[in-house]
Design a binder for this molecule. Sequence first.
Ligand code: SAM
Length: 315
Amino acid sequence: MAVSTSRLEVPARAADIGVAEDPALDLSLPPKFVSLTENDDPVSSLNQNVLVQGHAKAALRLLPRTSIQTVVTSPPYWSLRDYDVAQQIGCDESLTDYIDEIVDTFEELRRVLRDDGTVWLNIGDAYTSGNRRYRAPDKKNRARAMAMRPPTPEGLKPKDLIGLPWRLAFALQEAGWWLRSEVIWSKPNAHPESVRDRPTKSHETVFLLSKNQDYFYDVDAVRGPNSRRLRTTWDIPTEPRKRVTENLDDHPAIMPATLAERCIALTSRCGDVVLDPYAGSGTTLVAAQCMERRWVGVELKPAFVEQMEQRLFNW
Ligand SMILES: C[S@@+](CC[C@H](N)C(=O)[O-])C[C@H]1O[C@@H](n2cnc3c(N)ncnc32)[C@H](O)[C@@H]1O
């Protein structure tokens, strides 16, 4: 499918952005370029691929209502990584603020999702920091360091596993989302941990959420071993980080392409629009493009947007 691509830039503050009348998605319109600056109009239709540099919540307000079929995303995890960009999420002092921010962003997602649309939300758990107020750099992953670590949330103790994915899932359920599945992304090549008083963690959670009770899901799109229907434990190795150019920082938290492809295959058709509001290195967008879906990506950090431009704009 021939699609054109443009890069949009939005101001990071939602208050600076006008909210537009949302046109219906018209697949018969030919692809066209849209160029958006702080003073431009919101995107009127999504018959082309769109990359937005800005805050997820603000950027989503620019998109047409009911234009997205499925979302495959992995927001920054709480208290894990400093992406070194103003207005990033994940560095909040309070766990409640972090969860509230994602729930608020999901309100915007609900507006842009089609009525039969879905969200795949990959989210990792964390341990309370106890008395440590910083995270030492990880030798294998230097971005995995925080100058400040948040205090232990109320009701939890030092060394407690927070149960963050489920706290977020319950908050989203309360906000009206249907929680349809918990997938365990099991990593056969998980990093060793230095802990000696619990098993080494080797999985993350991926939730499937829907906007309504009924939604598009192609049960035959991906089959498990012996052609059985797909189960909820997915063995997918993490992928090594790839350097895009010698001048750019590597993205420190890349999702495996197989994970994104599987989600996209299950909940969208060719030509549908796939969104990632925390696009990072663009794994979801690349997968969507390879699978003949259109895509919309949002990313706050300009250096990551540049990397995505190199990956996606010269296709
Ligand atoms: C876990 S990474 C996503 C990685 C992505 N799935 C991939 O495979 O490359 C989360 C991304 O969210 C970005 N981010 C942080 N706060 C944001 C915000 N408020 N709006 C949009 N993006 C944000 C970070 O810069 C980071 O690149």
